[in-house]
Design a protein around this ligand. Sequence first.
Ligand code: SF4
Length: 646
Amino acid sequence: MSTYPFDFDPKEPFMQQASDWIADVFYERLPEAGFEVRDEQIYMAFQLERAYNEKKTILAEAGVGTGKTLVYLLYAVMYARYTRKPAIVACADESLIEQLVKEEGDIAKLARHLNLTIDARLGKSPDQYICLNKLDGARFEHEEDGERFRDLYDSLPAFVRQPDSMQAFLPYGNRKDYPELDDEQWRKIGWDVFQDCLVCSQRHRCGQTISREHFRKAADIIICSHDFYMEHVWTYEARKREGQLPLLPEHSSVVFDEGHLLETAAQNALTYKLKHAVFESIITRLLEGEVREKLAYAVEDAIAQSEKLFDLLEKGSRRVSGSNRKDVVITDALLQEANRFRSLLAEIEEELVFESGLFTLVTYHLTIVEEHIEMIQLALGLFVQPKQLISWLEEDRDGMSLVIMPKKVKEVLEERVFSRKMPIVFSSATMSVSGSFDYMAGTLGIRDYLSFSVDSPYDYQAQMKAALLPDQNDTDKTKLVLDLMRLTEGRALILFPAEEQLRQFKASIGQHPEAAGYRFLYEGSAEISSLISAFQQDEHSVLCAVTLWEGLDIPGPSLSHVIVWELPFPPNDAVFASRRADAADPFEEVDMPYMLLRLRQGIGRLIRSREDEGYISILGQALNQAEVRSRIAAFLPSGTERNTIC
Ligand code: SF4
């Protein structure tokens, strides 16, 4: 592969030459290939040139249809080649990663029209891979799905099932390869935070490990999720200390696509999850060896204390309606028990130092236990300082987990990400508040940055109609949605703020015979990119989703109607409770901005090209409040709102 698509003169500054070539791409090459020249793209290219030249962070707010992805991809690739380190493009979630590399996606377009071979590889999050340990359990334990999992196991490459010498290992086991599994089935076999890969005996044959080795060798771009990038940042030092490679290789620049969502990803990556059953199953491994009595008693005491702590947590917690979360009420008694648990763990840690000298324990078990205790100590160390954290209980089929999340991440981000001299691009259609980027920069710890805004080139007044439809007491919303869908004969994306509402809609649809004429695709019923692809190909189908408010890019008639089931106000969970508690006017500072940003993103799914046209229907109880209604009407593109579109 020739390094640059232009004749590079080493005597001239590289970025100047790269920018001249990129300008030529937008002024000449792409228009010649039938692309429309967009002033916004050229403007954005000049702005990015400065960020790459000065190795600075830039907040690039560019409306839908500006073609911002092509601009940042070109800079990222050229700079990667110049520095001989790949660029990282971090997308908001795993489905958006796939969109970037799909056949008709932007990377393929550049490759085709510029005759540019781009080495872009996917760095998927661990939970996107089969965990062989979990699969081993699931094949035999889960009656209803056992056979399916046994077939799946038989379909894995031979090197997984019959280890031998001289075998070639190829990437496998990716969530996308199993579109037929629903989320519940995937949870039984996909990696989760309670798996300890570092000491796993199957790690060299595990799809996750093999894929990581594959994407690390990308020459141009590694595409991952925000969550994965943040995981890389937080684990970087610890992995190096333990003699492991960091999750991502050294890189030349970072693009955060849908960058306004980064703060949440940073918080998620810094989150700890504790579970009594997992602790008990790990710590009892110590009792399999010939350990001294003192250690055996300490283990039993710690198990009893963990159980007591989780009992107390559960008794004192409050259920959050519409979610599987419970708010933790922190009391002195709870903190006392947490501290007692920490002391017992410290006792075990000390005993293990003695025990390891006696060689009574299998080293493998010892390492697992030591690591798990270290993680619990770190988490509980945070837990006993409640002002700095947000915590809640989460229930799943395997029991209750205590989740501990830091309240603010900006100091850590500032130190570990934004203080580096490296080009970092935030790209999104929605980042500024009343023309200023200070709010977003402040929450992320970005002190020194460049920024710009460009509007969407689309004629919304001509291309889109919008209706606000407040719920009445007797509104049958499912029927209303079915009526609305008639306008476009299906071809609709229905956006739900939470999974529970999607489930209710799904349950109610059977009572409406008129629904039988449509094909409904429900998020969670299969792998997400396969659902998106089915929605795009089956023009009259209807996609019902909870997480596709952002990023979904489906130009053409398949998506002619966006129906918002309910305004996307933030949930009443511990994260938002904490943000509200810190705000002078919680509704104005937390709820309203979150809802408006998410709604703007949701509406942005409709018009994806100059030829697109369609409807936005916004339903909801909150539309009965004049203030809410007028704020939404104010940001809808002028001339698009109608009282009704039926
Ligand atoms: S390396 Fe991790 S994901 Fe793979 S089998 Fe082992 S525990 Fe599971």
